[in-house]
Write a protein that binds this ligand. Structure first.
Ligand code: ADP
Ligand code: MG
Length: 157
């Protein structure tokens, strides 16, 4: 488990992970409203060269960005999906696992779960700005170790 002290710290934590992401990767972001999923998504995107302001894509379900590193970033927020058919009918899921890094808030709303994925679970800690973060990786193979070593300074001992 990892601990961040404030939103800037979560942003940096996410940047450390984002630095290792490649087109085709997917990050699933779990956590309650206000947990910091969007902060995390911005940190990941920034290190991939996205300098645009990233508003919450609440009405579009997915907002694409072109990072200055050349990477596409697909920022999904599935919070408002009422049923998953609505999402699958949109075709937006076709971006996942292809030519960009997909950052997906509320993936459970549409049962999105590609085989290769990083799951991030953010929970409020007892003190106001603290967050406890879990990382679980699936199918990331030889990148798992380097990703974990890049966030070691946030590890709770
Ligand atoms: P979510 O997308 O999970 O609904 P947001 O990222 O939009 O949440 O908002 C998180 C809010 O909590 C922001 O206002 C942010 O400033 C605040 N915050 C306070 N502490 C933290 C922290 N450690 N990590 C992330 N956000 C934090
Ligand atoms: Mg959000």
């Amino acid at each position: 488990m990892y601990v961040t002290r404030n939103s800037e710290d979560t942003f940096l934590f996410a940047s450390a992970i984002g630095a290792h992401l490649l087109p085709g990767d997917t990050v699933l972001l779990y956590g309650d409203l206000g947990a910091g999923k969007s902060v995390f998504a911005r940190g990941c995107a920034r290190v991939l060269g996205v300098f645009d302001e990233m508003a919450s894509p609440t009405f579009t379900l997915m907002q694409p960005y072109k990072g200055k590193t050349g990477a596409n970033v697909y920022h999904f927020d599935l919070y408002r999906i009422s049923d998953e058919d609505e999402f699958f009918a949109s075709g937006l899921q076709d971006h996942i696992g292809t030519d960009g890094v997909s950052l997906i808030e509320w993936p459970q709303q549409a049962d999105v779960c590609p085989e290769k994925r990083i799951e991030i679970d953010i929970v409020r800690a007892e003190d106001f700005d603290g967050r406890e973060i879990e990382i679980n990786m699936f199918g990331m193979d030889d990148r798992e170790e380097i990703i974990l070593s890049s966030v070691r300074r946030w590890e709770k001992i």
